[in-house]
Design a protein around this ligand. Structure first.
Ligand SMILES: Cc1cc2nc3c(=O)[nH]c(=O)nc-3n(C[C@H](O)[C@H](O)[C@H](O)COP(=O)(O)OP(=O)(O)OC[C@H]3O[C@@H](n4cnc5c(N)ncnc54)[C@H](O)[C@@H]3O)c2cc1C
Length: 388
């Protein structure tokens, strides 16, 4: 397995601290040694490689930005670089990690009771428990505020009814953060695996994010103790705050997928001979490579600044949306161009580009589609909501 050297046309490494480079390089090596040898087969088999979970936890990547509960308290750029490297391996690995962090650990830490935090955070951060985030429903994706899932108070319990769909880590999860309406207001509930009335079912036949565990959550008169409601989460703003954590990780992750496709196709183009010359010598091919490198470089600089804003505590949701929107569209475009330049070879899993290209179709849709990020930006620019 060759070691990935990254893409750094603007010497961006000079802007990184030693610690940021160390974290990036450590995760890069992990991906080279542990992810790359198995990911093609996992993707083809539609299997999440859960044997990697203890190794991801040992790297300190679960709850990495928290200083409490044994977290390493790494800065936002280090976290972003780690997500970039994981997605350079595969979307499934980055998704596992960023869902556990931004959509499970984050809401429990931010909205949970002391008892909920003390019980779940150490387990989730050590990788001894996996979590998932149930917001989307079969009939309500981009408009989660219209959700049908309901919670009703019954004595010392809540009783949940509804279906959540397209949930990452669904069948792996020991705990699901389920969003449901209680008296018409969106609230968050912790539902443990094995609770009567709660089942998770894998979604089969995906052609994208195949190595990711994606499923449906069924809540059928599912009774949970009243203590399992997240006390600090009231209204749709709470899950949307979680999605901003996820979108931040995706903005960085998309750079990793783009770098994987770009580096693969540069090597290929230098070696592939047509008309007695390497295809890299043709102007049309060079133009595509130049476009790819330019877009990757712009995305890297965007994320670097995004990370600074996040650490400064001044980051705005619309800035995260801009980065998610730009970087995922950029990565998808690069994957498609790279697939073209790989010719027929580009349609097999022997090259990683098609895997990334297919994965990026999901990333374009999840945690707010490209359109939804556009509308968030549109509202930020004009002050006018165009959602309805
Ligand atoms: C692999 C994968 C993993 C996922 N993981 C999770 C998870 O862990 N937890 C979770 O809760 N969800 C998850 N999702 C669901 C994801 O967040 C939703 O798919 C997404 O929000 C879009 O919803 P939808 O698929 O219902 O599409 P729809 O909302 O039906 O959208 C269909 C199309 O209509 C467009 N559209 C909708 N409304 C508007 C509008 N107002 N203006 C313009 N265009 C509009 C959309 O942009 C899109 O192009 C995952 C999805 C995938 C594919």
């Amino acid at each position: 397995m060759t070691n990935f050297v990254g893409v750094d046309h603007f010497n961006i490494d000079e802007l990184l601290t030693e610690e940021q480079k160390l974290i990036r390089n450590t995760v890069r090596r992990f991906v080279d040694e542990e992810v790359m040898p198995i990911i093609k087969d996992a993707f083809e088999a539609g299997r999440f490689p859960k044997e990697l979970i203890p190794k991801i936890a040992a790297l300190g990547l679960l709850g990495a930005t928290l200083k409490e509960y044994g977290g390493a308290g790494i800065d936002s750029i280090s976290y972003g670089l780690a997500m970039q490297e994981l997605e350079r391996g595969d979307t499934a690995i980055r998704s596992f990690c960023s869902v556990q962090n931004g959509l499970v650990i984050y809401p429990i830490y931010t909205f949970g009771s002391k008892e909920q935090k003390d019980y779940w955070l150490p387990k989730l951060m050590r990788g001894e428990a996996v979590g998932c985030f149930g917001l989307t429903e079969p009939e309500h994706g981009s408009d989660p505020g219209a959700m049908d899932t309901v919670a009703e108070r019954d004595g010392d319990s809540f009783v949940l009814n509804g279906v959540k769909s397209w949930i990452t880590n669904a069948t792996l999860a020991d705990v699901a953060v389920v969003w449901a309406k209680l008296d018409g207001v969106v609230r968050g509930f912790l539902v443990e695996k094995g609770t009567p009335g709660f089942t998770a079912v894998k979604i089969e036949h995906k052609m994208s994010a195949r190595a990711s565990d994606t499923g449906e959550l069924y809540l059928n008169n599912c009774r949970i103790p009243k203590e399992n409601m997240l006390p600090g989460a009231e209204g749709l703003r709470a899950p949307l705050m979680c999605l901003n954590q996820g979108r931040y990780a995706i903005a960085w992750g998309a750079i990793g997928a783009a770098m994987a496709c770009y580096t693969e196709v540069v090597e290929y183009a230098k070696q592939r001979i047509q008309f007695d010359k390497p295809i890299a010598s043709f102007q049309l091919v060079q133009e595509k490579l130049a476009d790819m490198l330019t877009e990757i470089t712009k995305a890297q600089l965007l994320c670097l600044r995004l990370g600074q804003l996040r650490d400064a505590g001044t980051i705005k949701p619309a800035q995260i949306s801009l980065a998610k929107r730009n970087n995922v569209a950029m990565a998808l475009q690069i994957a498609r161009m790279a697939r073209d330049l790989l010719g027929a070879n580009g349609i097999t899993l022997d090259y990683q580009t098609i895997r990334h290209m297919l994965n990026l179709e999901s990333v374009y849709t999840l945690e707010g589609t490209h359109h939804i990020q556009t509308l968030i930006l549109g509202q930020d620019i004009t002050g006018i909501s165009a959602f309805k």
